[in-house]
Design a protein around this ligand. Structure first.
Ligand code: ADP
Ligand code: MG
Length: 656
């Protein structure tokens, strides 16, 4: 005999939460289905586990599944499972109250929150789960029977203040949740949740990898199973010859990341990679990992073999998707992968997060931060292994992603050393093959303590730059760095493996001090003598060119050119200066240092002419030409090209 229906009140906090769910928080109402399917999936897991541990439990677990049923006439959508089910007490406790600790204080904070964003942020700290049904339904009915018990329970509510609860006879084991849908008017984000195509789409998007089959009962009419929204109009047969419903499984259930690596074939990895990346080439590397313990997660990551076209566009997305227990949560999960690893694609499935978690919360979550740290280490370690064991593949990979990885040298100070190990750079050592920093260090000359490099727009310009001359002449290897990002990281990272980075276009270069034959006392005395000889001309030149340079001095880095421009150790390079200006930053003019080659015929002739008649007006013109050609030699821009050309042609005319 059925007991009478009881009407009970929701716990006060539950009522507040319901009001929030119904009225304010979500713009994306589709997620109610993800929540109900996730609950059903949990219930199936629990039943299977219990059937394994409790041998007395007499239940059939041979076909555990979830069914979605649509009744267009009644405007209902039912989510049914044959899982663990609930007792009457369970229903009152689990559905009628919010047992989670801290809920009350959280709700108080939500009420005080000034705006929707703040409320959203707070609500993301715990799942709204079952109650999300009230976003789309004005009445929800639940029927359930706990495995191992005989008595079923019916529960119903309109989500306002109360719910009813009653005994129900003849229920199968498991739970069914029936949503009496609000009218779909398209205005407040209510989709047409009775349409098969819509249900398919939501299941595909959020619940594709749920490990139990999610079946939809579709009426077997001529156009059943079509994916066209328009076809839905005709699913109601005009005559009374309704066929028996067909069951269609909506989800693929293939969560590769949840399977042990040994059980996944290369072909499966590849197919999965193609699905999530839309890249038809095989990935260069697959990383599959699992963490157990306090914070469980699985990660399946791929390093693509080539860069997407939009790798450097401002809004490229990061390639990692977040799942929680096989339920899709979000694409482009920036909390899990730093920007400089944005080319890595894949999935992270974290077990202990709320389905409702927001990007913001993830950013501040300590466990997520720890996961990210591990993922980054793993990716960098994998790249390192490739560099060691698959050098050719790695070289190709570096060509694709090297520029992005070098952003990490600026962004991620925790991994500077690992990133420096990965750097591959062109060098004067080999015209074809790039070098690693470690290889460079192994080749350093006795007594050389710095890693020499020169930045510039392209290899030819750097190689032919006057700054190179003495280094080439004395056999010092110089790294040729031509990516814009090189200007920035070399400015910020002091050293690799104890060897500082030294731009050959900056500071004083004293190759003579590097235990070399020239480092003798004799050579030093000769140098001092030369400085004294040139002193007058040098100081005259410095005042003549004062608008353009901050200093003129004799150089030890030139062998064939007459002059070159260098910066002080901490000055911006011209390229960096240009970059900052292009980004709209205001900078004071960066004046550089003009270095003269005291053995060059032009410099010695200028010296003599100045000595003979310091007032000759032609001297100032030669000074200007000297400065202009030094600028041109390093690929710089002349302040006044027309004037430079006129001075040059006049001078040539005189000599002919
Ligand atoms: P959560 O899933 O985060 O626990 P929900 O609000 O989604 O929160 O669900 C509350 C509880 O109700 C669940 O923990 C579960 O015990 C119970 N429940 C919900 N749906 C089902 C179901 N289909 N079968 C069995 N129990 C369920
Ligand atoms: Mg739930």
């Amino acid at each position: 005999m059925a007991s009478p229906t009881q009407t009970l009140e929701f716990q006060a906090e539950t009522r507040q939460l319901l009001q929030l769910v119904i009225h304010s928080i979500y713009s994306n109402k589709d997620i109610f289905l993800r929540e109900l399917i996730s609950n059903a999936s949990d219930a199936l897991d629990k039943l299977r586990l219990e059937s394994l541990t409790d041998t007395d439990l007499d239940v059939d677990t041979s076909d555990l599944h979830i069914t979605l049923e649509v009744d267009k006439a009644a405007r209902t959508l039912t989510v049914r499972d044959n899982g663990i089910g609930m007792t009457r007490e369970d229903v009152v406790e689990l559905i009628g109250t919010i047992a989670k600790s801290g809920t009350a204080s959280l709700l108080a904070k939500i009420k005080e929150a000034k705006d929707a964003d703040a409320a959203q942020h707070l609500i993301g700290q715990f799942g709204v789960g079952f109650y999300s049904a009230f976003m789309v339904a004005d009445k929800v009915t639940l029927h359930t029977r706990r495995a191992g018990t005989e008595q079923g329970t019916a529960w119903e509510s309109d989500g306002e203040g109360t719910y009813t609860i009653a005994q129900a006879e003849g229920l199968p084991v498991g739970t069914s949740v029936t949503l009496h849908l609000k009218p779909a008017d398209g205005e407040d984000g209510l989709g047409d949740y009775l349409a098969a195509w819509k249900i398919r789409q939501i299941v595909k998007q959020y619940s594709d990898f749920i490990r139990w089959p999610i079946r939809m009962a579709t009426e077997a009419t001529s156009n059943a199973g079509t994916d066209e929204p328009a076809a839905e109009e005709g699913t109601e047969p005009a005559t009374g010859d309704k066929a028996a419903p067909e069951l269609e499984t909506l989800n693929s259930m293939k969560a590769l990341w949840a399977r042990p690596r040994s059980e996944v074939s290369e072909a499966e990895y590849r197919e999965f990679y193609q699905q999530i990346s839309h890249d038809w080439q095989a990935p260069a590397e697959t990383i599959h990992m699992r963490a157990e313990g306090t914070f469980e997660y699985e990660a399946l990551l791929f390093v693509p073999a080539h860069a997407p076209f939009d790798l450097f566009s401002r809004d490229t997305k990061r390639g990692v998707q977040l799942y929680v227990k096989r339920v899709f949560i979000m694409d482009d999960c920036d909390a899990l992968m730093p920007n400089y690893l944005r080319f890595v694609k894949g999935v992270v499935d974290a077990h202990d997060l709320s389905l409702n978690v927001s990007r913001e919360i993830l950013q501040h979550d300590r466990q997520i931060t720890a996961v990210r740290r591990r993922l980054v280490k793993k990716v960098l370690g994998t790249l390192k292994d490739m560099q060691t064991n698959r050098t050719d593949t790695y070289t190709g990979l570096w060509e694709q992603f090297g520029r992005v990885l070098k952003e990490g040298l600026i962004e991620d100070r925790d991994n500077t050393d690992a990133l420096l190990e990965l750097v591959s750079a062109a060098s004067t050592h080999d015209a074809e093959k790039p070098t690693t920093l470690r290889e460079y260090v192994a080749r350093m000359k006795d007594g050389q303590d710095a890693i020499y490099y020169l930045t510039g727009e392209n290899r030819a310009m750097v190689e032919n730059s006057p700054h190179m001359e003495a280094f080439t002449a004395k056999g010092y290897e110089v790294l040729i760095l031509t990516d814009p990002v090189d200007e920035v990281w070399t400015d910020q990272i002091p050293a690799f493996d104890g060897h500082r980075f030294q731009s050959i276009a900056k500071g004083q270069v004293d190759l003579d001090n590097d235990a070399d034959a020239d480092g003798t006392d004799e050579a030093k005395a000769e140098k001092a003598q030369r400085e004294q000889d040139f002193a007058l001309m040098v100081s005259w030149l410095q005042s003549t060119l004062a608008d353009h340079v901050k200093q003129v001095r004799l150089s030890t880095r030139l062998t064939t050119s007459a002059a070159c421009l260098v910066g002080d150790a901490h000055d911006l390079t011209p390229t960096l200066e240009k970059m900052y200006r292009a980004m709209g930053q205001e900078l004071p003019q960066v004046k550089r240092i003009l270095e003269l080659n005291p053995t060059h015929p032009l410099v010695t002739a200028l010296h003599e002419a100045h000595h003979a008649n310091a007032d000759d007006p032609a001297l100032a013109e030669v000074a200007e030409l000297l400065h202009g050609s030094a600028l041109l030699a390093e690929g710089g821009d002349l302040p006044d090209p027309a004037r430079f050309t006129r001075l040059l042609t006049d001078r040539l005319a005189h000599t002919l």
